[in-house]
Design a binder for this molecule. Structure first.
Ligand SMILES: [Zn+2]
Length: 216
């Protein structure tokens, strides 16, 4: 049995929403249901998956904008992010207005996540790593057996997350990537929050934001 994934770019920001599922139970989690619910619902249905829960990396509208609606329609819980992102989730209505989303309610997850927590999808387990800097409560999800990292807006192919938002912190973000992500195996596939997938090895080698030799 193993953990499978499928990436669906959603919202005008082309945010990489991920469906994770356990191929033994066909139970699934949707990570960062930002919008375009019909695309997400179709991807679940065509694979005959049962939605078990939603996971959130952080509280930005393109990642969390449709989470409350999807969770309510399937009567499933929302897990994550870490609670320091509560102010972003409280501001989802204002974020929605600013960026032209439909009416988006504020959201409180059923479970806040912390560094060292784990989350389950069917029979599979992923580790939670708290990686603040882009937002203070940003978490990422890691499966060692699947060699898979769902990185949200922490790390991109050739780039890193913006840190010019309220409570953003560039040094904190670099430290999180260095200490918590670059210590994982090079062959790990990284599902980034936007744009192409990458691997940790590729980013260690060539990401200009982490080019300092200390990070290799
Ligand atoms: Zn973001």
């Amino acid at each position: 049995m193993s953990l499978k994934f499928h990436v669906i770019p959603v919202t005008p920001f082309a945010q990489n929403c991920s469906i994770l599922w356990c191929d033994q139970t066909q139970r699934a989690a949707v990570v960062d249901a930002g919008g375009d619910l019909e695309l997400i619902e179709n991807a679940l249905a065509t694979r005959n998956l049962t939605l078990e829960k939603l996971l959130l990396t952080h509280g930005h509208i393109d990642h969390a904008g449709a989470a409350a609606e999807l969770a309510a329609s399937h009567a499933v819980p929302i897990e994550g992010p870490q609670r320091e992102d509560a102010f972003w989730l409280d501001q989802l209505p204002q974020q929605g207005t600013m960026f032209g989303f439909r009416q988006v309610p504020a959201l409180t997850p059923d479970r806040w996540l912390e560094q060292g927590d784990s989350v389950t999808v069917g029979e599979q387990t992923l580790q939670v790593l708290h990686c603040p800097g882009h937002t203070p409560g940003h978490v990422v999800f890691y499966s060692e057996p699947a060699a898979l990292l769902i990185a949200g807006d922490v790390l991109f192919q050739g780039s890193i997350g913006r840190t010019d938002f309220p409570m953003g912190n560039h040094a904190q973000l670099l430290n999180a990537i260095h200490d918590k992500l670059f210590t994982l195996p090079n062959a790990t596939t990284v599902v980034t929050g936007h744009g192409p997938l990458t691997t940790l090895g590729d980013e260690k080698r060539s990401n200009p934001f982490l080019a300092d030799a200390r990070y290799r």
